[in-house]
Design a protein around this ligand. Structure first.
Ligand code: 5GP
Length: 132
């Protein structure tokens, strides 16, 4: 069965898209630790990030490297933190999280509850920053 993220890539489940190319897709995390919390995935469904083939793996990080500055332009923060967990969704993904302190990367922190309109506004701003 297709993963939730494959359904998102295929448009079967909606997402707040940030960027995409032939092999990768970036979209807002639905339970964000911070505004602009973004997931970057390969379109190809592979569960564990270290099982991804070398070229696709390198390309995933190269794609995240292009997305991070766009988030940083829109969301005031000290840095964009990057982490990989993957215990919940079996489709490899990188978390990009705007942070001001190490605690902002703590997944035990309560998640933000954002309205649909706010998700849309954030995604649109980051999309525009990404497009340059
Ligand atoms: P992990 O697998 O890295 O432990 O966590 C999966 C992440 O995916 C979580 O931060 C969770 O909020 C996010 N997530 C789970 N399901 C969905 C979904 O359907 N849409 C979006 N945009 N994010 C999701």
């Amino acid at each position: 069965m297709a993963s939730i993220f494959t359904k998102i890539v295929n448009g079967d489940i909606p997402s707040y898209k940030i960027a995409e190319d032939e092999n990768y897709y970036a979209f807002l995390d639905i339970n964000p630790l911070a505004k602009g919390h973004t997931l970057v995935i390969p379109k190809k469904e592979v569960d564990y990030i270290f099982d991804i083939g070398e070229e696709l793996y390198k390309g995933l990080f190269a794609f995240a490297r292009k997305v991070a500055p766009a988030i940083e332009k829109v969301i005031p923060c000290k840095r964009i933190g990057l982490t990989v967990i993957g215990l919940e969704v079996p489709h490899a993904h990188i978390h990009l999280i705007p942070i001001n302190s190490i605690y902002d990367m703590d997944f035990k922190q309560p998640k933000l509850k954002l309205e649909d309109t706010e998700f849309k506004a954030i995604a649109e701003s980051i999309r525009k920053a990404y497009a340059g």
